[in-house]
Ligand binder design. Sequence first.
Ligand code: SF4
Length: 512
Amino acid sequence: MSTVVSEPTEIAPSPAAVRADGTPRSYAVRTFGCQMNVHDSERLSGSLESAGYVRSDSDDADVIVINTCAVRENADKKLYGTLGALAGVKRERDGGMQIAVGGCLAQKDQHTIVEKAPWVDVVFGTHNMGSLPALLERARHNDEAQIEILEALETFPSTLPTKRDSASSGWVSISVGCNNTCTFCIVPTLRGKEKDRRPGDILAEVQALVDDGAIEVTLLGQNVNTYGVEFGDRQAFGKLLRAMGEIDGLERVRFTSPHPAAFTDDVIAAMAETPNVMPSLHMPLQSGSDRVLKAMRRSYRSTKFLGILDRVREQIPDAAITTDIIVGFPGETEEDFAETLRVVEASRFSSAFTFQYSIRPGTPAATMEDQIPKAVVQERYERLVALQERLSLEENEAQIGRRIDVLVSVGEGKKDTATRRLSGRGEDNRLVHFALPEGAEEPRPGDVVTVGVTAAAPHFLIADDTSGYSVRRTRAGDAWDRRQAESCGVPAPSSAGAARQVGLGIPTIRTA
Ligand code: SF4
């Protein structure tokens, strides 16, 4: 693969990031929406920290950034509710606070946000996240709201500095935007046509994450497996997966979300033949009815979908496959819904994100006739959830007795303290709660333990078989130790030479 690398986007220190007494101003980012938004927020944090702001995470922060989502239901109510609550906080702070709104809903509503909430200082879109520090500075200097929305991508967001939330795992964007036109989806309108990142940039960012201690990477794209469409290589995604296998120290590779229409056998082969590509696959079904798929403008049909799953399982027998399903799309009949139940039963997903269809203004489906009454959607939804809960439980029960490797996470289980268990993710991405043997050394987040599965629930596994329990201390665990030490202001000896927490998206410049 080409190893040409783009120049990183540099963010200059901003005078607006410093209080009158010389101390740095603080910021907090609140994220609504999907994984793309979570990753975008890491870049917003990185840009702000490069400009000189420090993280706070509380409502007392000097700058509150809301990264919005227009895909989820009631997105605007959630935004204006949050802004309403912040209005009072800002009034009490008497000019000491700024509020910025970015992301998909900002791209869509633009001036409406400042009309409805005139106490907002900055509105920016999905294409110019790196402008946030400059816009905050201008808003402060001019004492008026700054609205800057670009219709096309200014710079590929991954060249922006990134402040990662996890020491062991990182998100790496390989493309943004989407060339499809699914009739329920606002993404093509708000994020534009697919833009693919150069392979050299992707590999360089992954290498930089690994050098910084990460052992797991998730490749992100709205339509991840059409990667390469922009530079005319239909097999580019499979090649990229294989290239991930060459990166020393990278133990777990995942990706989300692929589109069934473009899911080709070379990708399945690359998954099966690249040892660090994990046996998990998120494959959005949306509907099992061919008639509804056509109305959704999803260009695969149920037979093709099930055929992909068969071929994945032939080559990767332990693959855990998850999905997204929408219930109650306009015009969905009882027969259509029965098709969805049939395909779900046959697919044996290990879990599913199930959604009740609701109108998203601006999408073609919003104005379709035959919108389904809420009560009908609800009743179908409950039947689908009941079916999927049974399947999830059966699929998880089939894991009992297996010995599995779990990447320890930072507290994923609410009851962990009460049950004295720790949590993490198996290779197939299942959530696992596990017990420690009496007197055993506690693994750090980022370490990998081997445990035996003893029980199952629809949404997690319990692994209390401690015979043969082992811990493998990893570089990710070391990176977690460093972060802990640095957050207490104590430089950890092992951090010498390692990048500080604000890593650039690509490795040519380090902040160390
Ligand atoms: S593939 Fe369809 S659902 Fe996914 S982002 Fe593109 S238009 Fe939206």
